[in-house]
Design a protein around this ligand. Sequence first.
Ligand SMILES: C[S@@+](CC[C@H](N)C(=O)[O-])C[C@H]1O[C@@H](n2cnc3c(N)ncnc32)[C@H](O)[C@@H]1O
Length: 300
Amino acid sequence: MIQSPLNYTGGKFKLLPQILPLFPQNIDTFVDLFCGGGDVGTSVQSNKVLFNDINSNVIGILNTFKNLSQEDIFVAIKDIISHYSLSDVSTYGYSYYNCNSSKGVGSYNRESFKRLKDDFNNLQEKTDNYYLLLYVLIVFCFNNQIRFNKQGKFNLPIGKRDFNAKMQMKLSAFIERLHGINCEFSSKDFREVAIEGESTFVYADPPYLITCAAYNEQGGWSEDLERELHIYLDKLHTHNIRFALSNVLTSKGKTNVILQEWLIHNPQYICHHLNYNYSNSNYHTAGRESVSDEVLITNY
Ligand SMILES: C[S@@+](CC[C@H](N)C(=O)[O-])C[C@H]1O[C@@H](n2cnc3c(N)ncnc32)[C@H](O)[C@@H]1O
């Protein structure tokens, strides 16, 4: 199993041990319809993977990681870090920057990060350099998130960490895996992704209707899209194409009623309840209303 170096919100890495055994064995093309950071598509056994996400920046980063050599990527990232005089704790340690591990390197990097962000936001062309700068912004920003404002400008503040040894290891393993698999990328709305072939398997991990994430802001996901996804999956079912859908039925006292009703109307689908909170070890301490019912719904 491979963890995305994007530390993506809603990333499925922690759930992979529960999700992967529920996938079928003989997958020709694996379609990761809402791939995000790519945790799932890079960890699955198949002949081919299609990574799709409506977020063209995420797809651009994955595509750059696939197309450039490991060495070129690391050299470029280290060049960006030294050009902007950002910290490099893995080489020099925290004390070199007058910082410590608990407070992190945010205060040291604040001005450099701002210059990097301004330069990035003024770029006109989406080249490999654009995506590598964006990756460095994600590494240094608050909680490693990706967020653009309505004007299309990256707008997250500085975070605590830098391109530390753990991030480097994650990136290296991820690039190696991407280079080793047969994969393609597309940046489309899920409704535009045409699916063919009975040995194709579609994994759908949409934004969750009843939880929050940056990609749900600015009208990102809606009840209408939730229903359209169900129609899309029903069509796959009528064409004998297997699918699995990740979601939460309940979370923090809210219920996804649309999902609940879809399941009631489609008794042929199987709802597997996953133990997300348990694996996060807060199951016993959290109140019942804050527990999420994380599910994987399959049509096989
Ligand atoms: C829960 S995240 C996926 C996380 C991913 N499985 C991972 O492990 O990193 C949901 C993704 O759906 C994407 N998305 C939102 N609306 C979409 C749409 N209409 N079509 C395709 N992708 C969409 C978002 O950009 C986001 O990356």
